[in-house]
Design a protein around this ligand. Structure first.
Ligand SMILES: [Zn+2]
Length: 319
């Protein structure tokens, strides 16, 4: 690493690009090992790269730039207020981009975001998640690229794109491609938001069995998102472990409008005293828990609609 004058080390743009990618790898390694929710302390502890040590967030600021960097490395958003529906509309614009407000007080932070935009460095978006009022975690989305800056509204326009690198020049890319990419990005961000808001509302545990492991939990849609009414709202969701999610989607497990659990005959028939599938013991039970806020409760009409499909599948199997 090049030593700059006066003991202040500054990286070359190439070195800094590598360090940004190393940070993305660090986040990826955390997620791959099932460590999806990071604490503030873990982000402050940061990661090491070629003998350098970097924090991954600022003590209080939303935007973070390590000292030897010219560009921002991460930025964070607050956890949604418990009891309020997630403000999707405030965050994602019509073209599917996250709109992140300029810092009102820190010019260095805005400058660092602009450098990241110019140099097309990947950043990580740290999304606050509050499973209980007194705990706070961050869920990282990366790589995030600042694709445009809206100076009039004071916002950075950011694409979150887990697999597709951004086109060489966002503005010059073909209209069709642009449309496709933005729709795809929008869908991805909404899926992520949905998962995180549902899991957070259900205090990170399965509504059927109470299993409390984020890496085994999924946000299931009551009405599938492929349908028009399958909106990504918490009231159209249930936090379920992988077993119960699959069982619910395949109609091996039904939940009626009163939130009572039903087990399909074909699932019952394979269960014996020696073989317990993790389904039958919940027959007739109510969901273990629903969100505290009424607004986020699983919608009765939607539950009923999904349950009709369960009954239809039952009728077919027992005919
Ligand atoms: Zn479960």
């Amino acid at each position: 690493m090049r030593e700059a004058t006066m003991d202040r080390e500054i990286f070359t743009p190439e070195e800094e690009r590598d360090a940004h990618f190393a940070a993305m790898q660090w986040f990826e390694a955390q997620q791959m090992s099932g460590h999806e929710l990071l604490t503030h302390k873990e982000l402050m502890d940061g990661f090491s790269w070629h003998g350098h040590h970097f924090r991954l967030t600022h003590q209080s600021q939303g935007i973070w730039k390590p000292q030897p960097f010219a560009a921002a490395l991460t930025f964070k958003t607050a956890a949604p207020t418990p009891g309020k529906e997630a403000p999707y509309a405030d965050r994602i614009d019509d073209s599917g981009l996250l709109r992140y407000k300029f810092s009102e007080t820190k010019k260095w932070a805005n400058d660092a975001m602009k450098v990241a935009a110019q140099r097309r460095y990947p950043l990580a978006w740290l999304v606050g998640v509050k499973p209980t009022p007194s705990t706070l975690f961050y869920y990282a989305r990366f790589p995030a690229y600042i694709v445009d800056i809206d100076n009039r509204n004071g916002e950075f326009m950011i694409a979150i794109d887990e697999t597709t690198p951004p086109t060489a020049d966002h503005k010059d890319s073909g209209q069709i491609e642009k449309k496709y990419v933005s729709r795809w990005t929008k869908a991805r961000i909404h899926q992520h938001d949905f998962r995180e808001h549902v899991l957070s509302a259900y205090k990170i545990s399965c509504a059927v069995c109470d299993l409390p492991h984020a890496q085994l939990l999924e946000a299931s849609h009551i009405i599938a998102d492929s349908k028009e009414t399958g909106v990504p709202e918490v009231s159209n969701g249930l936090a379920l472990c992988r077993l119960h999610h699959t069982a619910y989607d395949r109609h091996l497990l039904g939940i009626d409008a009163d939130r009572r659990i039903h087990v399909a005959t074909r699932a019952k028939s394979i269960e014996t005293t020696h073989l317990q599938t993790g389904l039958l013991k919940f027959e007739g039970h109510s969901l273990t828990h629903v969100p505290t806020s009424k607004q986020m409760h699983p919608d009765g009409d939607r539950l009923a609609e999904h349950f009709e499909d369960f009954l239809r599948a039952e009728a077919q199997m027992t005919r």
